[in-house]
Design a protein around this ligand. Structure first.
Ligand code: OFO
Length: 177
């Protein structure tokens, strides 16, 4: 049976993940409004990734006999000064999520909850990729923003991003990896 403090912290992380999905949905809307369909696609995929993260934690709570509790999700920003500004905000947010995951992993150790510790290892690894993906977009936009056609090319590249097989399986109802 999962301990109360661990359960509450996991439920708080579900809220963080749902907020992440909300934030990226808002960023998608921002890019749609500017007719930047590639960046919009990137954010659509990111939103699905975040919903997958939330689902993965909820399933773990269920497996441990815990009660998943859903609190209100705060409203994200709706506007950014530029595509670069939006991706910088995304990178900053991912660094925040990494801190949350690290704290959860520390809490699992404190409670000798090795099931949670092993479960959270997936998220520790995932956050390396999450930070790197957002940072790569920041780097590319910084480098290309003044180049002729730079934004067009990056938008086209972002349009090629696809859902990871794990997320596809989760959305289709297959057990999460
Ligand atoms: Fe973007 O990793 Fe979850 O929140």
């Amino acid at each position: 049976m999962i301990k109360k403090e661990m359960l509450e912290a996991l439920n708080a992380q579900v809220n963080e993940e749902l907020y992440s999905a909300y934030l990226y949905a808002a960023m998608r809307a921002y890019f749609e409004a500017q007719n930047l369909k590639g960046f919009s696609n990137w954010m659509r995929i990111q939103t699905e990734e975040e919903l997958f993260h939330a689902r993965k934690i909820v399933e773990f709570i269920f497996e441990r006999g815990g009660h998943a509790a859903f609190k209100a999700i705060k409203g994200p920003d709706a506007d950014w000064a530029s595509p670069l500004d939006a991706f910088k905000a995304s990178y900053k947010h991912e660094c925040h999520i990494s801190e949350c995951i690290n704290k959860l992993a520390t809490l699992a150790l404190k409670h000798d909850d090795h099931a949670a510790r092993v479960f959270l290892e997936w998220f520790v690894t995932e956050q390396v990729e999450e930070e790197s993906n957002a940072d790569q977009m920041v780097q590319n936009l910084t480098r290309m923003q003044d180049a002729p056609g730079g934004l067009f090319l990056l938008d086209r590249e972002a349009g090629a991003r696809t859902l990871s097989p794990m997320v596809v399986a989760s959305v289709s109802g297959a057990p999460a990896a």
